[in-house]
Design a protein around this ligand. Structure first.
Ligand SMILES: C[S@@+](CC[C@H](N)C(=O)[O-])C[C@H]1O[C@@H](n2cnc3c(N)ncnc32)[C@H](O)[C@@H]1O
Length: 185
């Protein structure tokens, strides 16, 4: 199987926007892999806001960043649907990984309603020329419902302002995650 996967696609896309001094949002910090990636790209003069609703995820992300010596992130214990209360500047890129905390409690996961609200707030915060990546992890009942509702919502995004691409690894099994790429014109 090719080494191309959801994370490789995501990081390749985010690299187009997360340049030196860029401002980024990780809307689902989890274990902090994407936050770390963004911090490595934007450098000391850039900034990464990372959100998660679980204390365990926040601590995990902070530990990862501190071990790597990154000081350019603000890790926030709050829902991404409240991102506009914390982020008061326009941003270059935003990443979402919808689903549950890896090696965490599978009963706590992103939900369609707050994810859609957060996607809309994220789109408003994006600079013109900025990009958003959403990796939709699913495979449980709630994951299916969220996937369907998010995909339906994506079709309603204004095509005059945004380009929205939904991509699937169509011959991979076991509910392989769906990758979404949104570019603000
Ligand atoms: C698939 S994981 C993210 C993985 C992460 N990108 C990483 O590098 O480890 C999804 C995360 O979203 C978090 N989450 C669930 N609902 C949320 C919400 N409303 N706002 C922010 N984070 C949320 C979960 O707690 C979980 O940690």
């Amino acid at each position: 199987m090719s080494e191309l996967n959801t994370i490789a696609l995501s990081h390749d896309f985010l690299s187009r926007y997360a340049k030196e001094s860029a401002v980024c949002i990780d809307a689902t910090a989890g274990r902090g892999y994407d936050t770390e990636f963004l911090c490595s790209k934007v450098g000391e003069t850039g900034k990464v806001y990372a959100f998660d609703i679980q204390k365990e995820a926040i601590e995990s992300t902070e530990k990862r960043l501190s071990e790597k010596g990154y000081k350019n992130a603000e890790v926030i214990l709050a829902s991404h649907s409240d991102m506009d209360k914390y982020v008061k500047e326009k941003v270059d890129c935003i990443v979402f990984n919808l689903g549950w905390l890896p090696k965490g409690d599978h009963n706590i996961h992103t939900e369609a309603e707050s994810s859609i609200e957060a996607i809309e707030k994220g789109l408003s915060l994006l600079k013109n020329g900025g990009g958003m990546n959403i990796a939709i992890y699913y495979g449980r009942e709630t994951g299916f419902e969220e996937k369907d509702r998010v995909l339906k919502h994506l079709k309603t995004i204004d095509s005059l302002k945004y380009t929205v691409i939904v991509s699937e690894f169509t011959n991979r099994t076991n509910c392989y995650p769906i990758s979404v790429f949104i570019m603000k014109d």
